[in-house]
Design a protein around this ligand. Structure first.
Ligand code: 5AD
Ligand code: SF4
Length: 442
């Protein structure tokens, strides 16, 4: 009889990482491991790591050190994900208590790596990037009972000058459309109503099977899955974002009114230095397609300030672009130097202080845009998927198709009603910069 082992897993980084952890958990549980809620209770401690910016990477090492000092005796530590891939065996030197280092392109090999760990090997690695496989597993343990992630494409073949992802997640590989459709059908049958299609660049999806679907075709098919009410997708690369994607959204009400289209900079000169493969005009053309859709589609973005060589005039162009697009929200970052990336070779680094100033200016401008944008929702009725309940305020927490948080009360109803997972029509009565509030209309 095999002894049941306990494990704890902590996840940093993007949705791809969150979903990878769900698959890793499924793999571990299938091998007889049982998940526990705190690292103290666990024999095996996993960190699924992110290295997108220096801060994210530092956090991993400080977590590892801190935990070892406090509770590390007798435990086995494993580092997964992007820092694992990037640092490889150097992790064993920096943190000798770690026994397994495995990047996401090697998760298919986890079962055999677990066998090695169980037999006492304290230096187990999975670091090859040379793969044409995706990590498809029927064993995924999903975290959220209503919304499920589906990976459609892994890795990235772009070479944005600032970005570690091509080095940490390997080459682009798309999953067969039949496998994606089967998973969507199973999720619907299991009661999920929202699907989020995931990939570093979903727009370059290319079905490897003879059906040969492109991303817009896949989107249209997933959107017709009976029982699935909402489909989202992330993330998009402007270079590969085609008009057919907007047409698919227009044609199919279950495709959400939201596109996340990271611009990174409003200056064509900086975009070129970033090796983004589009100009400001190319980007604005895509925004026009989205804005001319029959339904109003929310637009969000990622922006980096202080890329090497970014002048005040370049930065002003970014400020002008956010005003022109009128983003519903943005994620904004100070440029961070990453190992192996082409931008390391660029001169003219922007001082930290100046990056901080630009970030603050950008965020303040964006906040004003959001106040304006959200105010246009006042009086509108929006359908919300109910995701939570805030005991302190007595409000339900809903999410609109545009991916906005809409907190609401339900007057004249039994407070015991459990609305979680249901779809409720809510009239917006208040609008702040980051969320909306309202009352259910039935
Ligand atoms: N520095 C700062 N931000 C970065 N991003 C990616 N790499 C870096 C970096 N080196 C941002 C980009 C990307 C988002 C996920 O993280 O804006 O779209
Ligand atoms: Fe972080 Fe990028 Fe890796 Fe996601 S793919 S975990 S954002 S480094």
């Amino acid at each position: 009889m095999r002894v049941v082992k306990t494990f704890y897993i902590e996840t940093f980084g993007c949705q791809m990482n969150a979903h990878d952890s769900e698959k890793v958990i499924g793999t571990l549980v299938a091998r007889g491991y049982s998940q526990v809620a705190t690292p103290e209770q666990a024999e095996l401690v996993f960190y699924n790591t992110c290295s997108i910016r220096d801060k994210a990477e530092q956090k991993v090492f400080s977590r590892l050190q801190q935990f070892k000092k406090e509770h590390g005796k007798g435990k086995t530590f494993a580092v997964l994900g992007c820092v694992a891939q990037q640092e490889g065996e150097r992790i064993f030197e920096k943190a000798p208590h770690v026994s397994l280092v495995c990047g996401s392109a090697s998760y298919n090999r986890l079962p055999e790596m677990l066998v090695q760990l169980e037999s006492g090997n304290r230096r187990v690695t999975g670091l090859s990037l040379d793969t044409d496989e995706t990590f498809d597993t029927p064993l995924t343990r999903r975290d959220n009972p209503h919304r499920a992630y589906i990976t459609i494409i892994e890795g990235c073949d772009k070479s944005c000058a600032y970005c570690v992802v091509p080095f940490t997640r390997g080459p682009e590989r798309s999953r067969a459309s039949a496998s994606i459709m089967a998973e969507a059908g199973e999720l619907a049958a299991a009661g999920y109503t929202e699907i989020q299609l995931l990939g570093q660049n979903v727009n370059s999806y290319r079905d490897p099977s003879p059906a040969g679907w492109d991303f817009a075709t896949l989107l249209a098919h997933v959107g017709r899955t009976p029982g699935i009410r909402r489909v989202r997708f992330t993330t998009s690369h402007p270079r590969d974002f085609v008009r057919e994607i907007v047409d698919a959204i227009d044609a199919n009400p279950s495709l959400c009114n939201h596109v996340h289209l990271p611009v990174q900079s409003g200056s064509t000169r900086v975009l070129e230095a970033m090796q983004r493969l589009y100009t400001r005009d190319d980007y604005m053309r895509r925004i026009e397609w989205i804005k001319s859709a029959r339904r109003p589609i929310a637009i969000t973005s990622d922006i980096i300030v202080g890329f090497p060589g970014e002048t005040e005039a370049d930065f002003e162009e970014t400020l002008a672009l956010i005003e022109e697009v009128e983003y519903d929200s943005i994620f904004s970052f100070k440029y961070s130097r990453r190992p192996n990336t082409p931008a390391l070779a660029l001169g003219d680094q922007i001082p930290e202080e100046e990056k901080g100033r630009r970030l603050a200016v950008l965020q303040e401008r964006q906040r004003a845009i959001q106040v304006r944008r959200n105010a246009t929702y006042l009086g509108r009725v929006e359908e919300c998927l109910v995701e939570g309940f805030n005991k302190a305020t007595g409000q339900w927490i809903g999410r609109t198709s545009q991916n906005k948080t809409l907190n609401f009360i339900r007057p004249a109803r039994n407070a015991e009603d459990n609305l979680l997972g249901s779809y409720i029509e809510v009239k917006v009565t208040r609008a702040g910069p980051n969320s909306l509030a309202g009352e259910s209309v039935h």
